[in-house]
Design a protein around this ligand. Structure first.
Ligand SMILES: Nc1ncnc2c1ncn2[C@@H]1O[C@H](COP(=O)(O)OP(=O)(O)OP(=O)(O)O)[C@@H](O)[C@H]1O
Ligand SMILES: [Mg+2]
Length: 353
């Protein structure tokens, strides 16, 4: 079977093995790599290791150093700033396993963080170790690995608070069995939370004190964002086995320019104010617009990414609210795109889309 989306530790197994084989720095207990090697894995080097995260090195150093202490790590940021992506790669590099994952939602029950029961066994045999169903967090405690909690602030506060004992005492009591699971060295938690959801379920201050928070920024410049999109699109295209299309930096730059201008409310040259639409227009969305364009060009076009291949995707990403966004978009098209050198084909395609 070929997995549609292999886990980071599968996809980058060779890089992780190469790093481990030359890594002679001290490794925290239970870690597969030294903190230094984990950061190299994330940011890449000049040789074999490909960059996964593009952004400030210092942030990744602080994140990795945090995980080597008794504090947990909270990655915070607006949508599409690679919070999930970074947490997956951190878990893969540190523990060799990124699969111990709790997806936080408004309906996440306590069992998803502590443990549940196999009810058939529970009724037949009463509470026993065999009838207990461990959560990903409990498994991480037992094996001394990293557990990931996605979208922590969407989880109801009383359920969030089950993490307090786990993080401060490093133990998970199982009163039904009059026992507990003590965390093995190497255990820690990486949580992610979205800036936009803040206020839905604030982290209690008791829990917040147990996390070091790192805010992942949006890409600092257009060049950096183009670089991120180009890399990720190439990786995605390869893993989806899309037919080869020549690298199309011009179209990628166009998508990034439109997204950045609409996001910031100002054109690149700083001369014209534009209105921002309701959607987030994140880097993640730019990646999917270009990937879709690639599939269009490969299967229905002439094998070259053209303005028309990205136009429909851009319009779809910009127009999220059918009542206000079309006005914003049309105004942007007419006042900014129409007059711009080299943008005529895109203007036409976008107008018709
Ligand atoms: N600075 C960056 N470096 C590398 N990849 C990035 C960067 N920013 C965004 N990406 C890419 O954007 C995509 C989306 O990232 P991810 O899903 O991790 O975002 P997120 O912050 O978890 O968003 P959400 O809040 O919507 O969950 C990933 O494919 C990731 O590779
Ligand atoms: Mg995410």
């Amino acid at each position: 079977m070929t997995a549609l989306r292999p886990h980071a530790e599968q996809l980058f197994a060779e890089e992780l093995a190469a790093l481990a084989s030359v890594d002679d720095r001290p490794r925290p207990p239970g870690w597969r790599l030294s903190p230094q090697a984990v950061v190299t894995y994330l940011l890449g080097d000049d040789a074999k290791i490909t960059p996964k995260y593009v952004g400030p090195r210092r942030l990744m150093e602080v994140a990795v150093a945090t995980l080597a202490t008794d504090r947990a790590l909270l990655l915070l940021g607006v949508p599409g700033t690679a919070k999930t992506w970074v947490s997956e790669h951190l878990a893969a590099a540190i523990s060799g396993d990124s699969t111990l994952l709790v997806q936080g939602t408004a309906g996440t029950p306590e069992e998803a963080i502590r443990y549940g029961w196999n009810y058939a066994r529970l009724l037949a045999e009463g509470p026993s170790t065999a009838a207990l169903v461990p959560s990903p967090v409990m498994r991480a405690m037992e094996t001394g690995t990293i557990a990931r909690v996605e979208e922590l602030t969407r989880v109801p506060s009383d359920v969030q608070d089950t993490l307090i004992t786990i993080l401060s005492e490093k133990t998970l009591p199982v009163p039904e069995l009059a026992s507990e699971v003590q965390a093995t060295k190497g255990f820690n938690i990486i949580a992610t939370a979205n800036d936009r959801d803040r206020g839905v379920n604030e982290l209690s201050s008791a829990l917040r004190r147990r996390f070091n928070t790192i805010v992942l920024p949006v890409p600092a410049s257009a060049d950096e964002e183009v670089d991120i999109v180009a890399r990720r699109v190439a990786q995605l295209g390869r893993s989806l086995e899309l037919p080869e299309v020549p690298p199309a930096l011009e179209e990628i730059r166009r998508v990034v320019t439109v997204f950045r201008e609409l996001r910031s409310g100002l054109t690149e040259d700083g001369r014209t104010k534009v209105k921002s639409p309701t959607g987030t227009l994140s880097t993640a969305e730019a990646i999917s617009v270009v990937t879709n364009g690639w599939a269009l060009a490969a299967h229905f076009g002439d094998g070259v990414l053209r303005p028309g291949d990205v136009a429909a995707g851009i319009v779809g990403a910009v127009i999220k609210d059918p009542s206000s966004d079309p006005v914003v978009w049309r105004e942007y098209l007419e006042t900014v795109v129409r007059e711009r050198d080299g943008w005529t084909a895109f203007y036409r395609a976008a107008r018709d889309a």
